[in-house]
Design a protein around this ligand. Structure first.
Ligand code: M6R
Length: 366
């Protein structure tokens, strides 16, 4: 049942190229210039009237939501609020008929996400679910369900559900951008071409597995690890640190790279591992100076950078590379080495990777 893999998590990491293909299938027009999402029932007129989009989810799905925030604001020009579902209701969110509420959930059964969705409905918002499990509560209670086609995810640590959620939010952002008249077909075509290449590029990243395993054996000896990045790289840093914490039990924290010097830099001392993401060319010079900052304090820098980047390798102890792509699509590639890093660190520490302590696959209590 694990298809020859030692754990479901490793199997699911390797299923990502196929899961990404399945989630894209039928959603790009044959000429690659438009997204077709018949399951989303908003008319172009309704999209143009939207005053906000709310992205709400828990855990890994919330990290996909954070990527969605950047993309929807950038491509569709609609203000986006982003919240974890367990906090959302406590601030009495302002929602109405001009709001699109988007719940993101692998299982479709997460209690907090479902409760937030019900509140959004009660306030008259339009409700879309990005969900993996067909027929789940969240899929049924939403106005529309945009499915990720990751297939069954068994390991508690979410991997292929996350990368397919990234594809789904990207498709949604392009679709909203086109419906709102903010994104022209050339602009859409560039992003859609990157999505098309994504499954094969994910395979290329997976090919670095042996190298990641070697780095993990070193990482597994540490008790504190920091993850830094800016923009979309920060969103990926959040996912990387969660993955590491939940299965290896290594304390990990993610920071926006520019926030370090507002306090956390005090914790960076000789030998502390810092995982630094730099996949966004527009932000690379600033991230590089943050890498130099932690390096100067003796940090062991594990970087994730674009192929051909000449700067980052000069300042990092190890570099995992991802193929060049549209910056908006990079998160789905950048996360892969971090998933493998967490996996191998957990295996080396002797943990039950697929069933980490205290955690359930689907959290059905608030
Ligand atoms: O089923 P959901 O996507 O709603 O689950 C949300 C979180 O519980 C889930 O992503 C959790 O954070 C994972 N264990 C992370 O790997």
């Amino acid at each position: 049942e694990k298809g020859g893999y030692a754990h479901f998590m490793l199997k699911e990491i390797h299923e990502q190229p196929q899961a990404l293909r399945d989630t894209l299938r039928g959603r790009l027009s044959p000429d690659g210039r438009r997204v077709t999402l018949p399951e989303v029932g908003l008319t172009p007129e309704e999209v143009r009237r939207l005053r906000k989009v709310a992205l709400v989810a828990c855990g890994t799905a919330s990290h996909a939501g954070l990527v969605g925030r950047y993309l929807i604001e950038r491509l569709a020009g609609i203000p986006v609020e982003w919240d974890v579902a367990s906090e959302y209701r406590y601030r009495d969110p302002m929602l109405g008929p001009d709001s699109l509420f988007v719940a993101i959930s692998q299982s479709g059964e997460t209690a907090d996400t479902l409760a937030a969705l019900r509140e959004a409905r009660a306030k008259g918002a339009k409700v879309l679910a990005i969900v993996n499990v067909v027929g789940s509560s969240i899929a049924r209670e939403a106005d529309w369900a945009l499915h990720t086609w990751a297939g069954p995810e068994i390991a508690v640590a979410s991997t292929k559900a996350y990368t397919t959620q990234l594809v789904a939010v990207t498709l949604l952002a392009v679709w909203l951008g086109q419906a709102a008249g903010r994104l022209d077909e050339d602009g859409a075509a560039r992003i859609l071409a990157a999505l098309r290449d994504l499954p094969a590029q994910a395979e290329q990243v997976l090919a670095q597995e042996a190298e990641v395993q070697r780095v993990a054996s070193d990482l597994a000896r540490h008790d504190d690890v920091f993850f830094i990045g800016r923009g979309l790289d920060y969103a990926v840093a959040l996912e990387g640190q969660l993955k590491l914490k939940e299965i290896s039990y290594i304390h990990a924290e993610a920071y926006p790279a520019g926030e370090l010097k507002h306090g956390t830099l005090a914790l960076i001392t000789k030998g502390v591992p810092v995982v630094a993401l730099s996949t966004q060319p527009a932000l690379a010079p600033k991230t590089l100076s943050n890498i130099q900052e932690v390096r100067a304090r003796g940090a062991a820098v594990i970087a994730v950078a674009l192929e051909g980047d000449e700067q980052v390798p000069r300042h990092a102890d190890t570099v995992f590379t991802i193929p060049r792509t549209d910056p908006l699509v990079a998160p789905a590639l950048a996360v892969i080495p971090l998933q493998l890093l967490a996996y191998y660190a957990a295996v080396l520490r002797g943990h039950d990777v697929d069933r980490p302590r205290n955690l359930a696959k689907s959290v059905t209590v608030e």
